[in-house]
Design a protein around this ligand. Sequence first.
Ligand SMILES: *[C@@H]1O[C@H](CO)[C@@H](O)[C@H](O)[C@H]1NC(C)=O
Ligand SMILES: *[C@@H]1O[C@H](CO)[C@@H](O)[C@H](O)[C@H]1NC(C)=O
Ligand SMILES: [Zn+2]
Length: 444
Amino acid sequence: MSIVPVAAEKHSSPPKMSTLVFIFAVSFLTIACHAAPRGQCKANRDNTVSYTGFQVWTITPHSKAKQSTLMKIIRHYNLEMWKETNEIHEPVNIMVPPRYQKEIRLRLEEVKIPYDVEISDLQKAISNENPRTNASAANPKAAHQMDWTSYHRLDDIYGYLTYLADRYPCRVQLLNVGSSYEGRPLYVVHITNSTSPNTPAIWVDGGFHAREWISPALATYIIQQLVEEPSNAKLLVNVNWYIMPVVNPDGYEYTHLKNRLWRKTRSPTGSSSAKCQGVDLNRNFDFKWGGPGSSSNPCSQVYKGPSAFSEPETLAYSNFISSKSNEIKLYLSLHSSGQLIMLPWGYERNTFPSDYDEMLTLAKNAACKFRKFTYKVGNKVDLLYQASGNSADWAKSIGIKYVYSVELPINGFILPASNILPVSQDFFRAMDVFAAEVSTLSAV
Ligand SMILES: *[C@@H]1O[C@H](CO)[C@@H](O)[C@H](O)[C@H]1NC(C)=O
Ligand SMILES: *[C@@H]1O[C@H](CO)[C@@H](O)[C@H](O)[C@H]1NC(C)=O
Ligand SMILES: [Zn+2]
């Protein structure tokens, strides 16, 4: 996703005496606004960014000419794309601020590009996404507050991991592999029921991008199933698991507290604009860092950071995986959305690892297991876009055999919590295929 600096905001005429009080009253609200994408920004009373009136449109160009016209419009208004594709018969999703809706509608009609309004009021969709769960209110003394009927704050997720490590000390270890920029612990859960030192392992991570809430939800669901569901014991036979459910905890908390659509980390970049904070962790890896599909502009959603592994999150993550690179045979990084299982390389078009076909066969076998949602399987650049410095390319570059990044269902970042279980249950079926393959390998 490509975002360039915000155009200068229009300022109203100098304040009159009568408006000074009003300005004082609202000034604290507007601070958070600068973190919103460009467009009319209002803040809610609780100082969160409001997306009232923002819409998400779906557009399928169907011809190269129309695709190019559409891209010009998107660039002209600096619209954020929620879903990109190079394929002209596939829809793209764009977020349209209220103040441009009429103008863009007219331009699209002029060039005969039809569009559908997929979300007519983004703030309503956000408000309806995550009905407050009763669990904690109902039972504050429960051993943990986690469930998969709502999206949880970091405390609930970490509380659950701690609970599992206490409750199942032989099979679950909670590894603190570092700290985020704001000082939150970075946890990897190690799940094992094996004593052999040659046991191969599967890596799963979620929460690289803060707003992709379904990803930590699924990662924690996989942990729950592996640890607490006896019928999944076969998945632990000659396979160890390392699962990091929230790679970007600072960003994740920020999406709960301030701006639901924040993507990057929260580290300062030297820019004073709130929108220009943070690094895209998935462009910060030390493999082909800084190439096409990443940006050196801190205000970009794909800002690569000042140097490879400049961020404490990617540094801790890569140090940990490097230390287990003999063990880890399969790597799975969970993102949303798009229903894609993507294979390296992502830094360049038409460039493939030598064992690409083996990776492809296993991924296709895994995708065959899904019943509810259909995923496309293929090369990352073909299915999505070029992205230099991404984590999956790096994982492949250090020699991990099977490397996949996943775009989960369904469409966009706002996925009502009632979808967590259907998406997770469906995806978990693929674990059989992955574990069966990895169990035949040996950690060396
Ligand atoms: C809250 O609890 C009530 C009563 O226990 C239940 O009927 C309701 O479905 C719960 N709501 C949520 C969102 O879980
Ligand atoms: C762990 O392994 C032992 C022996 O191999 C087996 O009996 C047991 O059921 C396994 N437990 C789980 C939870 O996988
Ligand atoms: Zn992502």
